[in-house]
Write a protein that binds this ligand. Structure first.
Ligand SMILES: [Zn+2]
Ligand SMILES: [Zn+2]
Length: 448
């Protein structure tokens, strides 16, 4: 492919000692990127594409894709969802049943859900996959997983990376305003995720790569610098967000873990989604939820230097922690989604007092370093708040129609979502969960 202004490395030997790779062959982010599609298909020796879209994305770009391919005499099969599909069994079933097995490549036109369905269909059929993005709304374009609802649970299924990502800024700019904000929100989350990756490196010795963190920081800074142009659909601002999201996805692929792109703020969003599935509470776009949770997390991190630490109290708290009672509360709060979290603890033993004591010793020993990492990575919450205000983006749980009274339990439950060391685990290790939540919501009675 001819060179476009977004560049990335397919493979590089890194100073962290690892070789980082991605399977994605082409990423085109530019005005009019769609016109390169026939060229790409020829390069991949694809002769008959299968086009997957929904009513909205077909209007946004699907028809244009059809026109471009028809002009180049490509035969084409397609399936267009009549509505916006949910990422569940029913939608996967429709994709599979409408799939034309004589096609040799899949083209999905859309954003989060269509991309997840396209990756899954590619994985099932073994046919390569190209995503034509219609919104810079989340960072899943470059990832090799599909975020799905399965058996009423939110799961992340291992699928495949796209062979190519096309981000045509003429199309991306036209995305609904909320999707543009969501994309920025998924990027703002990276302030927290990079910080927590470093903190985990200090506290648990988890692998960390400064080169990858640097890529994400740089992409995030570019988004924030041009963010004021987002509402006006400024091409540069939209491209910066899309490039940032692709960089976040690439970074996860390079690192082989989600650390570069998601931290405790993603777990807030995850819990809101889980409760939405289980109890039909309100949910919003992934990135909109991430933005609100990033602001919450930034405020909580700001409190850390102000809270007195007490080694003996923390040791006593861990020794007397009643996991049985806690797992009952998780079940009550999250329903059947809690089962996977409880199973995870059986493998992980994060609440084991001996492991806690080891972590606590490191935390107290390296507390100044921990605080300076936080200062380096996370901007003042007032700055984040101003940014969200200027973009007229939601800033509070209440604006997401999430009951603010559930925030303390949400924060506490983020400890158990994945086997990742995040703020809520640090708070548990120091026995300051309740103190932290008080600063957010006024005095709380929630037990931990
Ligand atoms: Zn590295
Ligand atoms: Zn995300």
């Amino acid at each position: 492919m001819e060179q476009t202004h977004f560049t990335y490395q397919k493979e590089f030997h890194c100073s962290c000692g690892r070789t980082h790779r991605t399977q994605i062959q082409d990423i085109l982010i530019e005005k009019g990127a769609l016109r390169h599609l026939p060229e790409l298909l020829k390069e991949y020796r694809a002769q008959k594409p299968f086009l997957l879209a929904d009513k909205n994305t077909y209007e946004a770009a699907g028809q244009k894709v059809r026109d471009i391919l028809t002009a180049e005499a490509f035969p084409l099969s397609s399936y267009v969802f009549a509505d916006s599909p949910e990422p569940d069994e029913s939608a996967v079933g429709s994709c599979v049943m409408h799939f034309d097995v004589t096609c040799d490549i899949i083209l999905a036109v859309g954003s989060g859900v269509l991309n997840d369905l396209g990756k899954l269909l590619s994985h099932i059929s073994g046919k390569p996959y190209i995503i034509i993005a219609t919104a810079p709304s989340m960072d899943g374009y470059a990832s090799a997983t599909s975020s799905m609802a399965m058996d009423g649970l939110k799961v992340s299924l291992p699928t495949v990376c796209p062979k190519a990502i096309l981000g045509d800024t003429d199309i991306l700019r036209q995305a609904p305003r909320r999707m543009l904000l969501a994309g920025l929100g998924d990027m703002l989350a990276k302030y927290i995720s990079i910080c927590e990756w470093r903190l985990s490196h200090i506290i648990t010795g988890e692998y960390y790569c400064e080169t990858i963190a640097g890529l994400v920081r740089k992409a995030l800074a570019k988004c924030v610098q041009s963010a004021d142009g987002l509402l006006g659909r400024d091409e540069r601002a939209v491209a910066a967000v899309f490039e940032g999201l692709i960089t976040g996805g690439l970074a996860m692929g390079y690192a082989g873990i989600s650390r570069p792109a998601s931290g405790v703020e993603h777990y807030f969003s995850h819990i809101w989604d889980m409760r939405g599935l289980e109890f039909h509470t309100s949910t919003d776009l992934h990135g909109i939820q991430c933005a609100v949770a990033t602001l919450i997390a930034a405020r909580l991190y700001e409190q850390l230097p102000l809270i007195p630490l007490n080694r003996e109290a923390a040791l006593l708290h861990a020794a007397s922690f009643d996991y049985e009672a806690w797992s009952l509360r998780l079940r009550e709060f999250l329903g059947k989604g809690a089962d996977a979290m409880i199973a995870l603890e059986q493998r992980e033993h994060k609440y084991d007092p001996a492991l806690h004591a080891k972590r606590l010793a490191i935390i107290l020993d390296r507390w100044d370093e921990i605080l300076s990492v936080i200062r380096e990575e996370i901007p003042p919450s007032s700055t984040l708040e101003q940014l969200l205000t200027s973009l007229k983006a939601p800033k509070t749980a209440a604006e997401l129609k999430v009951d603010p009274a559930t925030l303390p339990m949400t924060f506490a439950a983020t400890r158990d979502i994945r086997d990742k060391y995040v703020l809520s685990r640090l708070a548990w290790d120091l026995d300051i969960t309740r103190r932290l939540m008080e600063t957010l919501n006024g005095p709380q009675t929630a037990k931990e």
